[in-house]
Design a protein around this ligand. Sequence first.
Ligand SMILES: NC(=O)c1ccc[n+]([C@@H]2O[C@H](COP(=O)([O-])OP(=O)(O)OC[C@H]3O[C@@H](n4cnc5c(N)ncnc54)[C@H](OP(=O)(O)O)[C@@H]3O)[C@@H](O)[C@H]2O)c1
Length: 279
Amino acid sequence: MKENILAITGPTSGIGRATVMELTDKCDRMVLLVRNLNKGEELKNEIAAQSDVKVDLIHCDLSDLSSIEKAAAEMKDKYDSINHLILNAGVVSLTRQETKDGFEMMMGTNYIGHFYLTHLLIPLVLNSEVKQIVVVSSDGYKFSPITAPYFKRKKFNPVTNYGKSKLGTLYLMQALYDSYQDQGLKTTAVHPGAVSTNLGKTPENERIGNIVYKMLDPFFLSPIEGSTSTVKAVEAPERYNGKYMHNGNIVKIKKHGNDIDARTSLISATLDVLNLTHL
Ligand SMILES: NC(=O)c1ccc[n+]([C@@H]2O[C@H](COP(=O)([O-])OP(=O)(O)OC[C@H]3O[C@@H](n4cnc5c(N)ncnc54)[C@H](OP(=O)(O)O)[C@@H]3O)[C@@H](O)[C@H]2O)c1
């Protein structure tokens, strides 16, 4: 019998951290794709203190295409299948930043980074028994539709730019469903809710971020509560296949989130910029 392997991006904080702690008994091995190996080691020790699940750490900075390539190559070397791939990592940037490859930071990390990682790992996912990809998207996709230029636009608004990056992840899930459902892929996008995490807290805005978070705290879910949607998706891959889900409920997507022309145009521009022929 093959090992049941779960791989996740962004497990070192917030929703991702809670998700791995909730899923330790749902797999034989967890592959933690982390940008900070020290935080990864801490998490690995924490998991080992309460579970026998095997845990591997792999360095993967989603804002750097060469780091994603290295991580995927290491995974292909070590494993021949991945049952559940969870695209959870995310960044909110209040000022305009760029990734190593010159993409706007949120689009480059949240969307392009995950798109590329998925492209590289899909053969491993399709080679598993479960064949599942869970995309942690966000209701933030509602903030804005998306039009070209997609990746290097100079005009910047933190709210709409974040929204576009999360709309990109929703389109990614839909494109994966269309391309691979007949090969048995199950894919789901989830909205975790408004969750108290480190999202958007950078050293530059930590003080103001903490004040805002404190004021809004009663309205936020805890990270464990925020992990519920991902956990439910992992527990029932077929039930939410091809859907956008929150807390176990399939959610109707707004018109621009179902715009096939907009999606096709974004996916095709992404393939071009990554020099790929297919997702
Ligand atoms: N919090 C909410 O209310 C909310 C609502 C809707 C959707 N979401 C989505 O939920 C997901 C998890 O966010 P969170 O709220 O748990 O935020 P968080 O506490 O800031 O955690 C984000 C995770 O992503 C990792 N990450 C950030 N940039 C990365 C990069 N370049 N390469 C690799 N990993 C990177 C972080 O690593 P480090 O630990 O090294 O920083 C961390 O593990 C995100 O996709 C977010 O968009 C959150």
